[in-house]
Design a protein around this ligand. Structure first.
Ligand SMILES: [Zn+2]
Length: 235
């Protein structure tokens, strides 16, 4: 089971102290989805993965995380309105704001203070991975609300970000990212791209090859449904 306790967290942006529920423990039984979304109970803990300060709107895994964003950006229409996307859930909007902060233009990134320099700043790669995870989580939150249009919108962004991660020569998780990208494309209804990009791909790992064959088969059937890793080995 999942246990949660209330924790008082001080916002790194505005200094307000608010109470947030924090996960003490959870469990995960069963196979992950093909985009590595965990099985239950962890699956249902997503609402605790990201915090939003009710006073200033800063969003991060914990609002006490060093804030590298300007106050003006948090007050901007594009941030407040999530680029005008009408998300069906507040949770999807919260993840989308996390993505917005991670990909904010340089003009919206705060110059580090002397104090900030004491903390290790996130590297560009870490920021890109956080941005990718945030938009993927937003897509999952949209899935849960049958918000099909915004789920696709988020997956399209996720495809661009993961493509950047795959093209990074220092990336040691290329194969995993490639397999996740295939699922993002199929679930966004981009069946042509699944066929074109993956028909001739061969990994060293048999399971990954099985997953890709499964994805291509589902793409041929124009199937955008959610499947687990277990599904690919039981058919
Ligand atoms: Zn705040």
């Amino acid at each position: 089971m999942t246990t949660v306790f209330p924790d008082t967290v001080k916002c790194a942006m505005c200094g307000a102290e608010n109470e947030f529920p924090v996960i003490a423990s959870t469990n995960c039984f069963g196979s992950s989805d093909l985009d590595l979304r965990p099985a239950e109970m962890q699956r249902s803990t997503m609402c605790y993965w990201v915090q939003e300060c009710p006073d200033c709107g800063y969003v991060s895994g914990e609002v006490s995380d060093p804030a590298e964003i300007t106050k003006e950006f948090l007050e901007s229409d594009e941030y407040v309105s999530c680029d005008g996307r009408k998300f069906k859930s507040d949770l999807a909007a919260r993840f989308y704001k996390e993505y917005k902060i991670c990909t904010a233009p340089a003009s919206a990134v705060k110059k580090p203070s002397v104090l900030d320099k004491l903390f290790k700043k996130k590297s560009t790669d870490e920021k890109l991975i956080t941005a990718f995870n945030a938009i993927l989580h937003a897509a999952w939150a949209c899935d849960d609300e049958q918000d099909v249009e915004n789920a696709k919108y988020c997956r399209d962004i996720a495809v661009s970000l993961i493509s950047e991660l795959i093209s990074d020569e220092h990336n040691s998780n290329k194969d995993t990212f490639n397999v996740i990208k295939c699922d993002l494309l199929r679930r966004a209804g981009r069946f042509e791209e699944v066929r074109n990009e993956y028909s001739s791909v061969k990994f060293d790992n048999d399971l990954l090859n099985k997953i890709i064959a499964f994805q291509i088969d589902k793409a041929e059937k124009q199937d955008t449904d959610c499947y687990t890793i277990e599904d690919t080995t039981s058919e």
